[in-house]
Design a protein around this ligand. Structure first.
Ligand code: SAM
Length: 209
């Protein structure tokens, strides 16, 4: 009797979530080597932090949602998972290599390889006149102070009167100083602490006075 010899061929390997996670970490660390201060952290944000940030956004409000410093796309993924339509999102990342991986990951999104310091100009170019939320991972504690201030001033100028800025920080204090908040006409509220993020992170929300 002819016995069927089991095939030794293995099914092609699917990209496992774990591999994806490792690849993201690799991209992040490589970007950190290129610019430690520009990255502001040694590891990507956790999914729990991303969910906590996105939960601050009222997705029923009209207007665009802008992500600044998208890095490996953890927050971008959480924004899409929350049901935000791709056409409402504009994603900005300065690092060209991270930008390239974002474009591959999110082919339906507008992902710009730009500096957030040009925020207002970029919104004008993309004909965005109403912004209901900005979700920012910009590491304000490590980037040059004048650059940080210029970004913060523009964030305050472009958000709608009842819009908000969501930002995380590893510090205990607000990542936007009291003086700067006053001059931008905003107020701050710390809303959450995500202990499981490495390192633990605080979520802050900024609104117009
Ligand atoms: C803390 S890391 C990214 C965090 C991201 N949530 C993640 O987990 O991958 C900060 C990101 O902001 C980007 N970034 C820093 N300064 C920027 C700027 N001025 N304009 C745009 N992106 C900037 C960095 O390249 C980096 O990808």
């Amino acid at each position: 009797m002819n016995k069927k010899i089991p095939s030794r061929k293995r099914a092609p390997k699917k990209a496992q979530p774990n591999n994806r996670h490792k690849r993201k970490r690799h991209h992040f660390i490589a970007a950190w080597v290129r610019s430690p201060m520009g990255m502001g952290a040694l590891l990507p944000s956790s999914r729990r932090l991303a969910k906590a940030m996105v939960a601050e956004i009222d997705t029923d409000k009209s207007g665009a949602i802008i992500e600044l410093g998208a890095g490996t796309g953890v927050m971008t993924h959480a924004l899409l998972e929350a049901g935000i339509p791709p056409e409402r999102l504009l994603v900005i990342e300065r690092d060209p290599k991270l930008h390239a991986t974002l474009v591959t990951q999110f082919p339906d999104l507008t992902v710009l390889c730009e500096d957030a310091v040009n925020l207002q100009e970029l919104l004008t170019t993309h004909k965005i006149t109403k912004v209901c939320a900005i979700l920012s991972s910009i590491p304000f504690l490590t980037i040059p102070k004048p650059v940080g201030k210029a970004i913060q001033e523009q964030m305050a100028r472009v958000i709608d009167k009842d819009g908000l800025v969501v930002q995380f920080t590893y510090g205990i204090k607000s990542p936007i100083s009291k003086k700067q908040l006053e001059s931008c006409g905003m107020y701050a509220k710390r809303t959450k602490m995500v202990m499981t993020n490495v390192p633990p992170a605080h979520v802050w929300v900024f609104r117009k006075i």
